[in-house]
Design a protein around this ligand. Structure first.
Ligand code: ZN
Ligand code: ZN
Length: 228
């Protein structure tokens, strides 16, 4: 049977694996692509990890946005259908045109890894449940920041609110985050450092706790970058 007919048929019936033995999807995908398409453009590598951190409103695709708002994993199916399968199919076309005859089992193995990497990525739980809306911007919210009073908002929405009013928008709890909104915004970081050196006489316990929070946040962000 024709390679592309066979590949497309198997691609369409692929399901995510129940048990996934792979530790680094990214490496596994890169290795397999390097074997099949040695001069593959980086943009053509079928790997969708960067989508994990986007909110539905940030997807530049209305179908993906709608799927994300439905929850229950619909967005993963949409990413696979709209981007995963076409990308794999086009890549196989490139390989065929450039390097000649291809083997379906190699390509289905790559496709399975791509599908498993998509479902096995570090998605927030709301992707698989019914997501809430952020009470500030009213958009669907997958990445929520929890306040000390237990309410959830987009972090950037809450920080914008806290710039003018340092209370929870829902219950008016004072200082709803452990750190101050003003101290958190990047533009103000250098200013507040100056303030600290100018005012060493001040009792600055609160400043100190703010800096401790910063340290933790920076470390968390660095860890995230390394992971990527
Ligand atoms: Zn919001
Ligand atoms: Zn609250």
């Amino acid at each position: 049977m024709d390679f592309f007919v066979q590949f497309r048929q198997q691609l369409n019936s692929l399901e995510p694996s129940d048990i996934v033995p792979i530790l680094s999807f990214r490496q596994s995908i890169l290795d397999q692509v390097a074997q099949l398409v040695p001069h593959c453009n980086e943009l053509d590598v079928p790997y969708f990890h960067r989508l994990v951190f986007l909110e539905p409103g940030e997807f530049e695709d209305e179908d993906l946005q709608a799927a994300a708002e439905r929850g229950h994993g619909a967005v993963l199916q949409a990413i696979w259908t709209e981007y995963g399968k076409p990308k794999l199919y086009l890549l196989a076309r490139t390989a065929w045109d450039t390097y000649g005859r291809q083997t379906v089992t190699h390509w289905i193995k790559l496709a399975q890894t791509v599908l498993d990497s998509l479902y096995g990525d570090h998605w927030p739980n709301t992707i698989f449940e019914t997501p809430n809306d952020c009470a500030i911007c009213l958009q669907t919210m997958h990445w929520a920041e929890k306040t000390v009073c237990g309410h959830v908002f987009h972090l950037h929405c809450l920080l914008r609110h806290m710039n003018t009013n340092n209370t929870c928008p829902i219950c008016r709890h004072p200082r709803p985050l452990l750190y101050d909104a003003a101290a958190y915004s990047e533009d103000d970081v250098s200013d507040s450092e100056d303030d600290v050196s100018d005012s060493e006489d001040d009792d600055s316990d609160s400043d100190y706790s703010v800096e401790m929070e910063f340290g933790n946040l920076d470390e968390a962000e660095e860890a995230e970058e390394e992971y990527e």
